[in-house]
Design a binder for this molecule. Sequence first.
Ligand code: ZN
Length: 54
Amino acid sequence: MQALSTEIKYICWNCGRVFEPEHLGIMKSIRCPYCNARIIVKARTSVVRIIKAL
Ligand SMILES: [Zn+2]
């Protein structure tokens, strides 16, 4: 079985586009590749929490 890898993506606060951190590999500073905005929000897209109800 494979464990689910938490996929962290970034959402631009300015244009609202979602991009992966792979696109930021070259740049040291986190910027939106579309509008070069610096305000980026981290978002975990595939985090699934299973809560067992007692
Ligand atoms: Zn942007």
